[in-house]
Design a protein around this ligand. Structure first.
Ligand SMILES: [Fe+2]
Ligand SMILES: [Fe+2]
Length: 252
C-alpha cells in the first residue's frame, strides 16, 4: 500500500492509503472537498474510511464523501457513532481491508474513546502523538494518555508514524525551552525547518526518530527531571503530567 498525505484546514492532515488497483482508504477526513478533488485527480476508488476520534477536524468530511461513494464502509470507535459510522471498532479488533490487516488499539487520553490503527508499517495515531509532541489531554485523563503513548512507543522502530497535525516546529520550540542543549532536538529543528520549506510537511515520522526528539516519549530520562527541577525519584507519569501542563500554556 502506498501513502499520500493531504493537508486540510490550518494544520490538519488526512492520510490516504492506496493500492496498485487504485482502491483507497481514507483516514480522518476532516473535510470532503480537498479529498474528493484528490480522489478524482488520481482516479482512486475509496472503499473505507477510518476514524480515530470524535473531533470535527477528523470527521467533518465523512457525510459528503459517502454521498459520492455510498458503498464506503466507515470504521470508527463508539464515540464517533454519529459520524455516519457503520462499523464500530474496539480495542484488539483486526480488520481486513483491501487484503491488508488493520489492528485497532484503544489509545484514550486526547478523547475518552480515541483509537489508533496499525497496518504494517503504518501507524495512524490521530491526535495521540505528534512529531516532537503529543495531543492535548481533555478530561484530565493523564494516566490514559501516558499509557496510550507507551503503547505507541512499543511499536517497531521502523514504524511510519502518521500523525494528524503539523505541530512539529512548535513542539520542538517547546522542547528546546525545556532542554536547550539537547543536540538531537536542535539538529532536528534545523532539519525540519528546511524540509517544511521544500516539502511543506514534516510528516510522516518514525518511532525511532520520536524516541530521540519527542520529550513526551522520554519521560523516564533523568535529564528531563533535572531540567524541570523535579525530584530525581518521581515517576515518569508525574514527569509526563508536568510536561503536558507546561505545554498547554506554552506559546512559541
Ligand atoms: Fe482531536
Ligand atoms: Fe485534531
Amino acid at each position: 500500500m502506498m501513502l499520500k498525505i493531504i493537508p486540510i484546514l490550518t494544520d490538519n492532515y488526512v492520510w490516504i492509503l492506496y493500492d496498485k488497483k487504485n482502491f483507497c482508504i481514507i483516514i480522518d477526513p476532516g473535510l470532503s472537498k480537498p479529498i474528493l478533488k484528490e480522489i478524482k485527480k488520481h482516479k482512486w476508488f475509496p472503499v473505507a474510511i477510518l476514524l480515530t476520534h470524535n473531533h470535527i477536524d477528523h470527521t467533518g468530511g465523512v457525510k459528503n464523501i459517502i454521498k459520492h461513494y455510498p458503498n464506503i464502509t466507515v470504521f470508527g470507535p463508539f464515540e464517533t457513532r454519529d459520524s455516519n459510522v457503520n462499523k464500530i471498532v474496539n480495542d484488539g479488533d483486526k480488520l481486513f481491508i483491501l487484503n491488508k490487516e488493520f489492528f485497532v488499539f484503544f489509545t484514550p487520553g486526547h478523547t475518552l474513546g480515541h483509537v489508533t490503527y496499525y497496518s504494517k508499517p503504518y501507524l495512524f495515531c490521530g491526535d495521540t502523538v505528534f512529531s516532537g509532541g503529543c495531543g492535548r489531554v481533555y478530561n484530565k485523563k493523564y494516566l490514559d494518555m501516558y499509557n496510550s503513548i507507551q503503547k505507541i512507543l512499543s511499536f517497531p522502530n521502523e514504524t511510519v508514524l502518521c500523525c494528524s497535525h503539523e505541530y512539529t516546529l512548535s513542539n520542538l520550540d517547546f522542547s528546546m525551552s525545556i532542554l536547550p542543549e539537547d543536540k538531537d532536538i536542535k539538529n532536528f529543528y534545523k532539519k525540519t525547518k528546511k524540509i517544511i520549506e521544500i516539502k511543506k510537511t514534516s510528516l510522516p515520522s518514525y518511532i525511532l526518530l520520536e524516541k530521540k526528539i519527542n520529550l513526551f516519549l522520554r519521560t523516564d530520562e533523568y535529564s528531563l527531571r533535572e531540567a524541570m527541577r523535579l525530584d530525581r525519584n518521581c515517576n515518569s507519569l508525574e514527569v509526563f503530567i508536568k510536561l503536558r501542563v507546561k505545554k498547554d500554556y506554552f506559546w512559541s
